[in-house]
Design a protein around this ligand. Structure first.
Ligand SMILES: Cc1cc2nc3c(=O)[nH]c(=O)nc-3n(C[C@H](O)[C@H](O)[C@H](O)COP(=O)(O)OP(=O)(O)OC[C@H]3O[C@@H](n4cnc5c(N)ncnc54)[C@H](O)[C@@H]3O)c2cc1C
Length: 482
């Protein structure tokens, strides 16, 4: 049996739904093929906090986009194109592809309005990107807007919008090959052998983070043991198929986004807890390994600019484990969704020795680490909404901001390991999201967007950029494909 469509989209996450919608807007007949069963709809996008980094001109501009909020008690600085671009270049060591970066940044705001027009709902993320200081909520870290209901809400909205616009979605449709004739892509093959013809194919099937063999091969030894934060279905299929069709591998193949993740989490994502297994409060405490030693600057920057590279640091520690330690002073700053949810792996004690004992860490070594740290703390005013420069100096590693002595019981400790989010290496695309071959020419009929596009992220990532990239490039890919 063979059927024929204008545009076939492979992969039903945020990028896939955006590509499908924009192709449909051009009048194309669109089929979206999703490998997972319906119960696993939404790919990694489902597991997200729904945070989306976008350029904006401050409160008034954002108010147009989001659900109503109390503007009189909210402080939000504008986040301009130069800010977003600057953050992207800084955290990627200036390696991000300049053309892709310009498109991502330049079209971030219009993509948000477009999504809103499709029926997606946004809100200001008071619960994760702002702190209340002196009766006012102050946003920090260049990230303020998120989808209502996080990733779960986003995918529910995408599915509803796809239904309204007449986009056909097939679940359990595992694409295994591209149909090609003389280098031109004209459809796909499903795992059962079914062939589906299409004028254009858009690949939005994610990275290879859920493929242990590819992780070990590309990211390096030990990465096969990382826990997967999201969908088990992103196994690099689209990247493999496209490369077999002549596409050019591009970007940071040995790099990925990975975070501090509950050490007791399962090997792949939990559809109920989703993003709540992240442990993002480390800027307010210290992080030690199984030997009781610190190994990162917990306060190097706002969480949004460090969390995506600290998973790799944890993976490199003995047993690929670490522990985040806090005292009672900072407990109110830890997000309850992450630190007080049912099932959180946690140890608590009134003494540091008691904590070390429970954790199986040498008590004397742990005590010395804390004493050294406490003795190194400088500065006066602690302020979580700015990089307060309150440092721990003269120790290795230093802590650059938010350093306060650990001296107020009870002490709490949260064992963490490395949770991989997505991989950075992928396919090379041009400004129309056409996939390029190894000679830099377009592979006719083939487009790509989302996680499997290479060249945007290297070493690190500004939080909230993945969903925005999926929206911006998905929208462009769908339009070009149609
Ligand atoms: C826990 C967690 C929290 C996150 N939080 C955020 C956040 O708040 N903000 C943010 O910007 N980013 C966040 N991210 C990153 C974000 O999820 C990704 O950047 C983004 O969702 C990628 O979208 P995508 O559409 O490219 O991929 P996905 O959403 O993963 O969709 C890819 C789809 O392709 C399907 N597929 C794979 N292979 C095939 C095949 N052979 N045939 C058919 N279908 C196939 C998969 O099943 C999947 O549904 C988070 C990720 C995780 C895991």
């Amino acid at each position: 049996m063979s059927e024929s469509w204008d545009v076939v989209v492979v992969g039903g996450g945020n990028a896939g739904f955006c590509a499908a919608q924009s192709a449909r807007e051009q009048g194309a007949r669109v089929l979206l093929l999703e490998k997972a069963p319906r119960e696993w709809a939404g790919g990694n996008s489902y597991f997200t906090a729904g945070a989306m980094r976008t350029v904006h001109n401050g409160l008034e501009d954002v108010a147009d986009l989001v659900e109503p909020f109390d503007t009189r008690r909210t402080d939000l600085d504008p986040y301009r194109a130069a800010d977003f671009l600057g953050d992207l270049r800084r955290v990627t060591g200036d390696r991000c592809d300049p053309a892709l970066a310009d498109i991502l940044v330049g079209q971030s705001r219009s993509a948000m309005s477009w999504l809103k027009g499709l029926g997606l709902r946004f809100e200001l993320m008071f619960h994760r990107q702002a702190y209340e200081v002196g009766g006012r909520f102050r946003f920090w870290g260049g990230l303020a807007v998120g989808t209502v209901g996080g990733g779960k809400g986003m995918i529910a909205d995408h599915l509803a919008a796809a239904g309204r616009r007449g986009i056909t979605v097939r679940f359990g449709a595992h694409v295994t090959d591209l149909l090609t004739t003389q280098g031109e892509v004209h459809g796909v093959v499903l795992s059962g052998g079914e062939r589906i013809e299409a004028t254009s194919v858009v690949l939005t099937s994610g990275g290879f983070e859920a493929n242990a063999a590819m992780r070990a091969a590309y990211l390096g030894p030990g990465w096969d043991l990382a826990l997967v934060r999201g969908t088990p279905y992103n196994t690099g299929d689209g990247i493999r198929m496209a490369i077999a069709a002549g596409a050019q591998p591009y970007g940071h193949y040995s790099g990925c986004h990975s975070v501090a993740w509950d050490a007791g989490a399962r090997t792949t994502g939990d559809r109920e807890l989703t993003n709540q297994l992240t442990r993002g409060g480390y800027p307010f405490g210290i992080v030690v390994n199984a030997d009781g030693e610190r190994f990162v600057d917990e306060g190097a920057d706002f969480r949004n600019y460090t969390y995506a590279k600290y998973g790799a640091e944890i993976l490199a520690q003995p047993g690929s484990r670490a522990v985040q330690v806090f005292d009672a002073k900072v407990a109110p700053l830890l997000r309850p969704e992450e630190y007080a949810a049912p099932g959180v792996t946690k140890v608590e004690s009134d003494t540091l020795d008691g904590l070390a004992k429970e954790l199986g860490i040498d008590e004397a070594r742990f005590r010395r680490t804390v004493e050294d740290f406490n003795g190194a703390v400088t500065g006066e005013r602690f302020n979580p909404t700015v990089k307060d420069g309150k440092r721990a100096e003269g120790i290795t590693p230093v802590k650059s901001n938010w350093a306060q002595p650990l001296d107020t019981p009870p002490f709490t400790a949260f064992p963490v390991t490395c949770g991989i989010t997505f991989t950075f290496g992928g396919l090379r695309i041009d400004d129309r999201c056409a996939v390029l071959d190894t000679a830099g020419r377009r592979v006719p009929g083939l487009f790509a967007a989302g996680e499997l596009v290479g060249g945007l992220f290297y070493f690190n990532y500004p939080g909230g950029s993945g969903l925005t990239a999926g929206a911006v490039f998905g929208r462009r890919a769908g339009r070009a494909a149609a």
